[in-house]
Design a protein. Structure first.
Ligand code: ADP
Ligand code: MG
Length: 310
């Protein structure tokens, strides 16, 4: 049976009434409508995933649905925004009911978990490309921006890094299988609650999508500061530690992307308010550039600074 565009939207995406108080009008009209409470700002972000660039052909569509929303929610988390709504633009080579059911399932399950409404989108035919725009709310002036780090601030990381990079190496046959690393690559958890907790505490924040060195580098350049990172304090999983021991490749946690942990800075007087589970990994300094302390010795760090498309 041929699946028409509107039947496709109705069957897979327009499947539940809006949950979020901000949604005044969801899927079905020319635009969706959001109510922005007085004193709040709307945070807007978009991220696309393209076959062969961001994922291998034949990747489980439920994982793609989850990850597409997760990477967008991660940007909201890094800003300290409360997610409220999302739009979805799909370019599909064909309308495959099994693929669509699994993709929509992965996407909407994560949306439900965060009470995010799918409020609209676009559906076209073409090479597989998945794109979403997420919207969130922040009390005016409280966003966690990249430019707020100051010399003397401590640098924190919300959890283990390097696991998604290890997962990619496993897919490429360059590391031993580890189900948890693959899970981190395929089903990242956006740190939404942590982002909310960091309002009023963090002086700057970013999510780790391109690699710690590159993403912390964005904070440093936007804040006009430098930093010293303590390699020995990086939170690493057993699998990543074992990989580094075996291969000697200690740069993995600095250069691997896709972990979606938050990297943030906070002044020393806020130390007691830092949520549990966050590791202090270094310090902001006035001298520009990134320095790395490893096994008691300090070096300038100018290695591969992560993934860039162009
Ligand atoms: P228009 O032609 O006015 O842009 P469309 O025919 O593209 O409208 O879409 C009809 C309705 O379905 C709109 O409300 C649109 O936002 C929504 N929509 C289209 N594609 C998707 C999708 N993949 N997911 C969710 N909503 C969608
Ligand atoms: Mg349209």
């Amino acid at each position: 049976m041929r699946l028409g565009e509107f039947e496709l939207i109705r069957r897979y995406f327009d499947v539940e009434p809006p949950q979020n108080a901000a949604t005044a009008l969801g899927i079905g009209d020319d635009c969706a409508l959001l109510d922005i409470p007085p004193g709040q700002q709307l945070a807007v972000t978009t991220d696309a995933m393209v076959e062969t660039v961001h994922f291998y052909p034949h990747t489980d569509p439920a994982l793609l649905g989850h990850k597409l929303l997760a990477v967008n929610l991660s940007d909201l988390a890094a800003m300290g925004a409360q997610p409220c709504a999302v739009t979805l633009s799909l370019t599909l080579p064909h309308a495959d009911p099994d693929w669509l059911a699994a993709f929509a399932g992965g996407f909407l399950q994560l949306a439900r978990r965060h009470q995010v409404d799918l409020i609209g989108g676009d559906t076209t035919r073409g090479p597989l490309c998945l794109s979403a725009q997420a919207l969130g709310l922040i009390p005016a002036g409280q966003a966690l921006r990249r430019g707020g780090a100051r010399p003397g601030d401590m640098i924190y990381l919300s959890g283990d890094i390097g696991d998604a990079g290890l997962g990619l190496k496993i897919l490429q046959g360059r590391a031993f299988n580890d189900p948890e690393a693959l899970e981190r690559l395929h089903r990242p958890t956006p740190r939404v609650e942590l982002g909310l907790q960091l309002r009023g505490i963090a002086s700057s924040c970013i999510d780790i999508s391109d690699g710690l060195a590159a993403d912390l580098g964005h904070i440093l350049s936007m804040s006009n500061v430098g930093a010293r990172l303590e390699w020995d304090k990086l939170p690493l999983s057993a699998a990543v530690s074992a990989y580094i021991l075996e291969t000697g490749d200690w740069t993995l946690p600095l250069t691997a992307g896709d972990d979606y942990e938050l990297c943030f800075t906070a002044p020393p007087e806020k130390q007691r308010q830092i949520p549990p589970g966050c590791a202090c990994i270094g310090e902001i300094q006035s001298q520009p550039g990134l320095r790395l302390r490893r096994f008691g010795r300090e070096h300038p760090y100018s290695g591969n600074s992560g993934y860039a498309h162009f």
